[in-house]
Write a protein that binds this ligand. Structure first.
Ligand code: PAF
Length: 295
């Protein structure tokens, strides 16, 4: 364990992490954790700030998890900025950082994985085979290392939060099963673009065009607030807005039940998740908004 100039304590191994957590618990502290892949932004900082209001021991993990990237995805070029991450974490109130190597997380390779059924089968799960298997597997291992009371995630990755809640509900491992999952609102840039580590990939032109995701979600939300009940009409509205941007390929734009991420009929459910995924140039962007139907 080594104190850094920013005074956040870095733990690089599970053994170091456990030692720090056991010490904190013996002092009566509770543990809040924020799993991340680094390249942190103000969305991550907002999670750390809330964690620091609730817990004296706040640990963020930084681990770019290879098992959640597909073979043609961006694992190699995923942005890595540990130095600036440590500054953001310290300023937001983290006390510890878990910074494991791939060997530490997968000591015998990827010998076993965790497969969650149901919610993993649609949207991101359909577009990115094995992605959620990688997420569930690494989140379970991160919880086993950080032993949190509460873990914080952003709503930006809505489907991921549902997968992690299902992982916790199904787990027979106490370190996983006892963890309270808290989801906090998406943090947006001034023009509505959801903050994401992948936004750095966008060219200046694509960065401007990327605001169309937020505009599509807002126009769909306005339609629902005005009384629209047809799922297809709402989806058409989002598709129409998104398709005005030339360079953009639409993966999906759907209005679904916020718990199951499905909607088999044309009747909108009561609590709706508006979910969009597009490709702008080489960058895949996702966003979502939760809307209660006024009826
Ligand atoms: O959301 C992320 O950054 C990652 O998917 C997570 C939860 C840290 C697992 O690698």
């Amino acid at each position: 364990m080594s104190p850094t100039p920013t005074s956040v304590v870095i733990c690089r191994t599970v053994a170091e992490m456990h030692q720090a957590v056991f010490q904190a618990r013996s002092n009566g502290h509770t543990i809040g954790c924020i799993p991340t892949m680094g390249s942190l932004h103000q969305g991550h900082a907002s999670l750390v700030r809330v964690a620091a209001e609730r817990h004296n021991f706040v640990v963020a993990s930084i681990f770019v998890n290879p098992t959640q990237f597909g073979p043609s995805e961006d694992f190699e070029r995923y942005p890595r900025n540990v130095k600036s991450d440590l500054v953001i974490l310290q300023q937001a109130g983290a006390t510890h950082v878990f910074l494991p190597s791939i060997q530490e997380m997968y000591p015998v390779g990827v010998a076993s994985t965790i497969h969650i059924t149901g919610v993993t089968e649609v949207l991101e799960g359909a577009s990115r085979p094995n992605h959620f298997e990688g997420v569930a597997t690494v989140v379970a291992r991160l919880f086993q290392a950080m032993l949190p009371d509460e873990a914080f995630f952003g709503q930006k990755d809505l489907q991921q939060t549902l997968v992690i809640k299902a992982l916790v509900a199904a787990s027979s491992d106490n370190a996983v099963a006892r963890t309270k999952i808290t989801v906090l609102p998406t943090v947006r840039e001034h023009d509505g673009l959801a903050m994401s580590s992948r936004n750095v990939y966008l060219s200046a032109e694509h960065r401007q065009q990327a605001t169309v995701l937020y505009r599509a979600l807002v126009s769909a939300r306005n339609m629902i607030s005005a009384g629209e009940t047809s799922r297809i009409a709402v989806e058409q509205e989002m598709l129409g807005t998104l398709s005005k941007v030339g360079d953009l390929t639409i993966d999906y734009a759907v209005a679904v039940d916020a718990d199951t991420l499905r909607c088999p009929t044309d009747d909108l459910p009561h609590t709706i998740a508006l979910c969009v995924a597009v490709r702008l140039g080489n960058t895949r962007l996702i966003d979502n908004m939760l809307v209660e139907h006024p009826r």
